[in-house]
Design a protein around this ligand. Structure first.
Ligand code: GLU
Length: 326
């Protein structure tokens, strides 16, 4: 029987990192082709097309580059791949996963993975993560689940996954809902059924700028006051608690929301924003009255990606439908 086709793209990150010389820090130098050598077992599972689309630390990826990766991945599906795996740095994995998930309109899975330990370090996790990611991408149960992140034996949905530890092997979690699934003895076990996804059209523009500001105790409002003058097209605020800001921010937000979309998310790292609980100035009821939208379960970074994509396809008027759970 012919093995299924699988496509793998390497973008860089720790999984592709190694020191050039002893004592130097690690940098992304390992191509996708070489990464593949670390998982010989994969040859028994799939016919692989691997390409190195970039060798970057994930902090230096940008939306335009991600759009080209997305187009490559879609092409692989049209060419008959049953799934696509992308290896990249973990620092921005939660954001790239969200970006792709809002745009991935295939039933076939797109799976992102990386590593917390560089390729030559003892106990490097890259090969295990890559093989796991490939197993997930090849599995029929992974269809219609959009984009998933596979790390450390767990499968996380792009819409909820977050990097919640800077250096630990167990760096990713999905607050409140937990992982979408796990790998046990190489078999894939999903713990939740697939959810309804809302896929956006591709952006026609890529020059839009969405600011992300975090509320902090006793913060001044200088940057906030200059958002419109700086020509931002949207604003996301990582607010306190259930989506709150200081009193001196509330009035400024009202002015900004009269011109560009403003989303208030929570900076807590878990849980949704409120809608109808707090009535104080700068509380969510006040901010909604002033024209801001509450992010709900979307974290500030994912909310910024949503707004960038919506503005890019001139669908910002549909923001509310993308922020609601149903
Ligand atoms: N810990 C990060 C990684 O896993 C650092 C570098 C990056 O994100 O590219 O890859």
């Amino acid at each position: 029987m012919e093995l299924p086709k699988l496509a793998i793209a390497a973008l860089g990150g720790t999984v592709s990192m190694q020191a050039m010389n002893a004592g130097e820090g690690v940098t992304p130098i390992i191509s996708g082709e070489v990464l593949l050598d670390s998982v010989p077992e994969l040859a028994t599972l799939a016919r692989v097309n691997v390409e190195t689309l970039g060798l970057l630390p994930s902090a230096s990826l940008d939306f335009e580059f991600l759009l080209s990766v997305l187009s490559w991945a879609s092409f692989q599906i049209r060419q008959g791949a049953v799934g696509v795996v992308i290896t990249q740095g973990t620092d921005t994995l939660e954001e790239t996963a969200t970006f792709f998930d809002f745009l991935w309109d295939h039933d076939q899975p797109l799976v992102l993975t990386g590593a917390m330990r560089s390729a030559a370090s003892a106990g490097a996790d890259g090969p295990a993560n890559l093989l796991d990611a490939c197993r997930v991408a090849l599995a029929a149960q992974s269809r219609q689940r959009g984009v998933q992140v596979v790390m450390n034996g767990q499968i996380h949905s792009a819409s909820v996954v977050r990097k919640t530890d800077s250096l630990a092997l167990q760096a990713f979690s999905s607050p409140i809902v937990g992982p979408a699934g796990m790998l046990v003895e190489n078999a894939i076990h999903y713990l939740h059924p697939p959810t309804q996804r809302k896929v956006l059209p591709l952006p026609q523009h890529t020059t839009q700028r969405i600011a992300l500001l975090e509320a902090s105790l006793s913060a001044d409002s200088l940057m906030l006051e200059n958002i419109i003058e700086l020509a931002y097209d949207g604003l996301v605020i990582a607010g306190f608690g259930a989506g709150h800001v200081p009193e001196n921010w509330a009035g400024v937000i009202e002015t900004i929301a009269g011109t560009i979309p403003v989303i208030i998310a929570t900076r807590t790292g878990s849980g949704p924003t409120a809608q109808s609980t707090y009535g104080f100035m700068g509380g969510e009821m006040d901010l909604i009255r002033k024209g801001a939208s509450m992010a709900g379960f979307l974290c500030p970074r994912k909310a910024r990606i949503l707004l960038w994509l919506l503005v890019g396809c001139q669908q910002q008027h549909r923001l509310a439908s993308y922020l609601s759970k149903d």
